[in-house]
Design a protein around this ligand. Structure first.
Ligand code: FAD
Length: 385
């Protein structure tokens, strides 16, 4: 069957974190879905790879995300049940920093706004409970028990598998080159064919800009390194039972985040810088990690998590798509007559939301509106008077 003249309810452009979830939710609702992805399923060239993503709810970035996370949590558990393997593994999460740091004050603001369960740990309690971390005077931590991590490749595969099970037509190795409004629908052109649909979902991650000319938000693509280290202190200290996921604000505008040892100890313990990294082009980004970059991480770890400052077993590049305020854009694309639902600019913290974003994109693509509170993520929020 040729893709020529094929007609669908919705075409989803990009089958990474967000697009795979959108395809799954659209197919579940009975829509005729075509998903088009330029690379392979769960590939390592975008933003949704590297074995682990933090999932947490006491959200330092903004309290308005909490209602979306309250929906994401049961959707993660449901996805795990449907696919027959748990996806969201709870380890608890530590948000660490100076008392007046953005990570600590922001976490406590979300906790206060939504009455979320948490514990505040001073440096004495931290030394006792989590001696792996080395805090400076005046630094504290907020512990949230109902938090943990998901495996992003596994989650993308789960969404794709369920979408396909519900009849979605998924094409890989097919880059979308153009789309345009056409009559009362949308026409999409991609390598190997074209298709018509009532509406379009744009979930193209770092490649969004050329596909969203109507969007008046500049998005930078940031190169970020995921470091995998062999702990000289031995693996036991980093067991998930003793070492939760964390974000550690090590200074103003600087933070590391990381995970316990998951899976094979030979794969190392993962840690990364949240802010440090160059702006790049997703098609020409250097995917090699230099010795200097490895050393930079070991130097910070030597002070902050000394038991982890060992040899690298691996280092991989991943891409952030950053908006000016580092909040997402989830909206109907301006100038698209309400026919294009856009999810982009996840600014390095979107993965935990993928199932609820899939649900929202299905709402927007099928109904032109959603009941989820996404006003703060509107596409026109930077528009001047
Ligand atoms: C190092 C790192 C650590 C992170 N840690 C966390 C974390 O702990 N917790 C958390 O919640 N989030 C985290 N994130 C952020 C999160 O992973 C991203 O926000 C999320 O993966 C973004 O998903 P996406 O669907 O927008 O992008 P992607 O998953 O990259 O998907 C976009 C897809 O669109 C495809 N595409 C683009 N253009 C076209 C085209 N023209 N035709 C066809 N296909 C196209 C791409 O190939 C890609 O597959 C992290 C990200 C990185 C890089």
């Amino acid at each position: 069957m040729s893709a020529e003249r094929q007609t669908y309810d919705v075409v989803v452009v990009g089958l990474g974190g967000m697009g795979s979830a959108a395809a799954r939710h659209l197919a579940r609702r009975g829509a005729a879905v075509l998903g088009v992805e330029q690379f392979t399923p769960a590939h390592a060239l975008g933003s949704s790879h590297g074995d682990t993503r933090i999932v947490r709810k006491a959200y330092f970035e903004h309290p308005d995300y909490v209602p979306l996370l309250r929906r994401a949590y049961p959707l993660w558990d449901e996805l795990g049940a449907e696919i027959g393997r748990p996806l969201f593994l709870r380890t608890g999460a530590l948000m660490i920093g100076a008392e007046d740091s953005a990570v600590v004050t922001g976490t406590l603001a979300s906790v206060a706004a939504w009455g979320l369960a948490h514990d505040v740990l001073d440096d004495g309690l931290m030394r006792h409970r989590y001696p792996q971390f080395s805090l400076r005077p005046g630094e504290i931590a907020v512990f949230e028990a109902d938090a943990g991590y998901v495996n992003p490749e596994d989650a993308v595969r789960a969404h794709l598998e369920l979408a396909r099970r519900d009849g979605a037509d998924l094409r890989f190795g097919a880059k979308v080159t153009a789309w345009r409004l056409d009559g009362d629908g949308v026409l999409v052109e991609f390598a190997g064919g074209r298709a018509r649909a009532r509406s379009l979902v744009l979930a193209a991650g770092a490649w969004t800009a050329p596909l969203a000319p109507g969007l008046d938000i500049a998005m930078r693509v940031g190169r970020r390194v995921m470091h995998y280290l062999n702990p000289p202190a031995g693996p036991a200290e980093f067991d998930p039972a003793r070492f939760p996921v964390y974000v550690f604000q090590t200074g103003p505008g600087d933070a590391i985040y990381g995970f316990p040892l998951v899976g094979d100890p030979a794969n190392g313990v993962k840690v990364g810088f949240h802010y440090r990294g160059a702006d790049v082009d997703p098609d020409t980004v250097d995917r090699e990690v230099s010795g200097a970059e490895r050393e930079e991480m070991r130097t910070v770890l030597a002070e902050r998590i000394p038991g982890l400052a060992g040899e690298h077993v691996d280092a991989r590049v991943c891409l952030y798509t950053l908006t000016p305020d580092e909040h997402f854009v989830i909206d109907l694309l301006p100038g698209s007559a309400g026919r294009v639902a856009l999810a982009a600019g996840f600014s390095g913290h979107g993965f935990k939301f993928t199932p609820v974003v899939g649900e929202i994109l299905a709402d927007l693509a099928l109904d032109g509106a959603t009941e989820h509170p996404i006003g703060f993520l509107a596409a026109d929020r930077f528009a001047g008077p």
